[in-house]
Design a protein around this ligand. Structure first.
Ligand code: GUN
Length: 292
């Protein structure tokens, strides 16, 4: 058996088209163009590519974006100053500080300094708290991308055993909370580097999500025949870009599988656009209903 591939690239293009229509309507109704401010500190080539792609996506759907590139030796104070400037700028609806930032900068402090309403990554502690309580302001982009990829391919979540490998703040942890919420109703097991007998657990998964950051970590023997396997990993190796799943082996066992590239990645980028439009809607509706 060969798994059905889940085409994230095509789905992302479809959602971008839907979004472009929503952005057009918003601009007609308000006269305001949704806008994203992106900050890139340092010269990490992968981050440069990510930010360039995010800005291209913005252009495609009619969202404006500005990029502030800061040198590797930027101080924490200077970065916080820039974030504050964006917080106060009514023309900026969403703020994104591309991670990782250089070591002299305290990531948590910077993320907490972003105005929660402009926090389109959903990394601010207030937004994480709202997510945990089941009333999210924004859904974090990669977990939301995984959710959309499953739902729009009619892969049921309710009552299914979802096993997530990797407990990062960006993917595994928030995804585990989202999928277990009332309404989505999955049963979630969150595994990590210290999990005992990991293959015994991954083989129980109806849906296996891998976000551990190790190339080809999940092999065919770790997958139940017919399972849905979602590969969140993007690893740059001598063989080029590879995921956290051994694609060729797992393809022979899984029922559905995401490719890398072209799986979750394009959906992550689209969810940033969704959040930026939401931010623009919220901020503009507040501005027009708050007496000055
Ligand atoms: N670096 C890797 N993934 C992300 C992301 O989703 N948002 C930001 N800001 N930086 C990242």
């Amino acid at each position: 058996m060969s798994a059905t591939l889940l085409d994230g690239k095509a789905l992302a293009a479809k959602i971008r088209q839907e979004l472009a229509e929503q952005v057009t309507r918003f601009v007609e109704q308000t006269g305001v163009t949704p806008s994203l401010a992106a900050v890139l500190v340092g010269s990490d080539p992968a981050s440069q590519v990510y930010v360039r792609n995010k800005r291209r996506d913005c252009r495609e759907v009619g969202i404006s974006s500005v990029l502030h590139e800061l040198p590797d030796d930027t101080s924490q104070a200077d970065l916080l100053g820039l974030v504050k400037q964006f917080n106060q700028d009514p023309q900026v609806h969403g703020i994104l500080v591309q991670l990782p930032v250089p070591p002299q900068i305290d990531t948590e402090r910077v993320l907490a300094a972003i105005h929660p309403q402009k926090d389109v990554d959903a990394f601010h502690p207030e937004n994480v708290g709202l997510l945990v309580q089941g009333r999210p302001r924004y859904l974090p982009c990669t977990p939301h991308g995984v959710q959309q990829l499953l739902q729009r391919n009619n892969l049921a979540l309710a009552g299914q055993h979802v096993v997530i490998v990797g407990r990062s703040d960006i993917v595994g942890k928030p995804l585990s909370i989202m999928l277990a919420q009332r309404g989505l109703d999955a049963t979630v097991t969150l595994c990590h580097s210290r999990t005992a007998d990991l293959p015994a657990i991954t083989r129980q998964a109806d849906i296996l999500v891998v976000a551990i950051g190790r190339p080809k970590f999940v092999t065919a023997d770790m997958v139940r025949p017919g399972a849905v396997v979602i590969d969140v990993g993007i690893n740059r190796t001598a063989d080029g870009l590879v995921g956290d799943v051994d694609f060729d082996g797992v393809r022979e066992v899984a029922g559905h599988l995401t490719p890398v590239p072209g799986g979750v990645g394009p959906l992550t980028r689209v969810m940033l656009l969704v959040n930026t439009l939401t931010a623009a809607r919220e901020l503009e509706s507040e501005r027009t209903t708050t007496p000055s």
